[in-house]
Ligand binder design. Structure first.
Ligand SMILES: [Zn+2]
Length: 248
């Protein structure tokens, strides 16, 4: 990985190319429209995916990055389905955090049935702390850095989100980014084994989930996040009175 600083406001860290598009794509588009710089770090190339190949998914990820208007999209190249929170993965993540210097990191939820997803939540949390220690990994020559917050996505529907982002204006572009992953999506002519994503009802479930989370804040479509720490709110009035539809 190139270690030169490439500061962004938000960094979305996902296990497999397409994870990010499904759960934080609308939020990244919205942040871009607000003038923020965004980047994606895929941890693996998705080579264990039932459909397609690592090469095809790399091309698809590049196409989706353009749709999402990202400043950068990089891949850490960890082995798909064998991602562990160990010294090697922590150091790689620390170097990525010190390179991108994101104010906020979006990543997986810690209690996810896919072990890569759960381990990446842990890697990001540990690396976010370690990257603030000046004496950790001095060999890289990078300056210490610690992001302000980590927001987790893709959690069980029984978990109440900490906050929901209204992505109603950005749904079309988000779906266009998801459609870049043709090798993963429903194809009636494909001879490959079916997966959750390639099932003909999958995109309908993405739509239903967005509408469910949107409904929690009285808008059409939303993306939901969990933050583990208490939030430091400068202006609770400004935060708590925004566009709430109080009258029924
Ligand atoms: Zn995944």
């Amino acid at each position: 990985m190139n270690l030169d600083p490439l500061p962004v406001d938000a960094l979305a860290v996902g296990a497999h190319p397409d994870d990010i598009e499904l759960v934080v794509g609308g939020t990244l588009l919205k942040l871009h429209s607000l003038g923020y710089k965004t980047a994606v770090l895929d941890m693996t190339c998705g080579e264990m995916g039932t459909r397609g190949s690592a090469e095809i998914r790399a091309q698809e990820a590049l196409a989706a990055a353009k749709v999402l208007k990202l400043t950068a999209r990089e891949n850490l190249g960890l082995p798909d389905s064998k991602v562990w929170c160990d010294e090697g993965s922590r150091t790689k993540m620390v170097r990525a955090l010190r390179r991108f210097r994101p104010k906020v990191v979006f990543t997986h939820y810690w209690d996810d049935p896919h072990p890569d997803h759960a381990h990446i939540a842990q890697i990001v949390r540990e690396a976010a702390y370690l990257s603030g220690l000046a004496k950790y990994d001095v060999e890289s020559g990078q300056a210490r850095y610690r992001p302000s917050a980590i927001a987790h996505f893709m959690f069980p529907r029984t978990v109440i989100p900490t906050f929901v982002v209204d992505i109603s204006e950005f749904v079309q572009d988000k779906m266009a980014a998801i459609h870049c992953y043709k090798s993963q999506l429903y194809d009636p002519n494909s001879q490959e084994l079916e997966t959750n994503i390639s099932n003909s009802g999958f995109l309908g479930r993405v739509d239903a989930r967005q509408r469910f989370y949107g409904g929690l804040i009285s808008v059409e479509n939303g993306e939901a996040f969990v933050v583990k720490e208490a939030l430091n709110i400068a202006d609770p009035i400004a935060l708590l009175t925004r566009d709430m539809n109080m009258y029924s």
